[in-house]
Design a protein around this ligand. Sequence first.
Ligand code: C2E
Ligand code: MG
Ligand code: MG
Ligand code: MG
Length: 281
Amino acid sequence: AAKAAGKSAYRVCTPRLRESAVSRAELIADLRRAVDEGQLLIEFQPIVDLATGTVKSAEALVRWRHPRLGVLPPARFLPLAEETGLILAIDRWVLGQACRAAATWRQRAPEVTVAVNIAAAHLRRPDLVATVTEALEAAGLPPDALTLELTESALIDGSETVLERLAQLRELGVRIAIDDFGTGYSSLSYLHRIPATELKIDRSFVARLDAEDSRAYATVEMVNRLAGAFDLMVVAEGVETGAQHAAVAAIGCVQGQGWRYGRPTALPDLLATLTPIDVAR
Ligand code: C2E
Ligand code: MG
Ligand code: MG
Ligand code: MG
């Protein structure tokens, strides 16, 4: 025990670590202000129908315009946000903004829906359904125009209460996606209990389709068939190349998302890609 204590004492005194500890604390303090000070922004990435190329939906992806560090990707601050509980305020802000944005683009492209990522912490909140309902009502967005994306790991430890909450959202008409499917350590037995409407195949599987890796192909095919058995619509994530597009389309995935179709962009740029602008209007 003494040895362990000595070791960790030494570690704490290492200058590099002390520095990173300070910047971590600073980053948390900065993050507390970020929502109120309007430093968060959203980029939207199109999700297309693989057969026709039509944009069916767009996923809201949060970024943080840090006053000194520049624009930070979610990987740089969401782990801190989850540790500190700030994720609840961040996701609520994103949800509200994304619903408003979708209401705007549906004036031009009435069928296009929006997808919002929801951290696991929300599933433990009794007010989840109220939060979602309020965001929809404030934006005037119909519930079936919203998909909540939840990761596999957020879903597997699902208690009865969590499942009940998800069922309530489904009853409202809100869609539920299982995000990053295949990356968790879950058994498949939870699938029949989750009231999901779609499954997003993680991009790590799609990436391997390029190398004509027959096992990668078999994996995506198997997931697609599994999803079919559970009546889940399949979205292939991270489609970057023509070969990957051809493969996921041939396998029978319904929708695709990735650089091949469009990078995450600010709302005005997304609007321009939704439908050709009707000049007669
Ligand atoms: P995700 O939900 O799986 O989102 C897809 C991620 O893949 C995004 O990364 C997107 O930019 C990236 N991506 C899309 N197409 C391609 C591609 O063709 N190639 C490659 N290499 N990457 C692609 P991003 O924006 O960095 O977000 C990372 C993760 O952060 C998201 O993964 C999601 O789990 C989380 N996240 C983002 N916004 C929010 C949010 O508002 N709330 C919560 N709770 N989580 C969020
Ligand atoms: Mg997602
Ligand atoms: Mg994903
Ligand atoms: Mg992913």
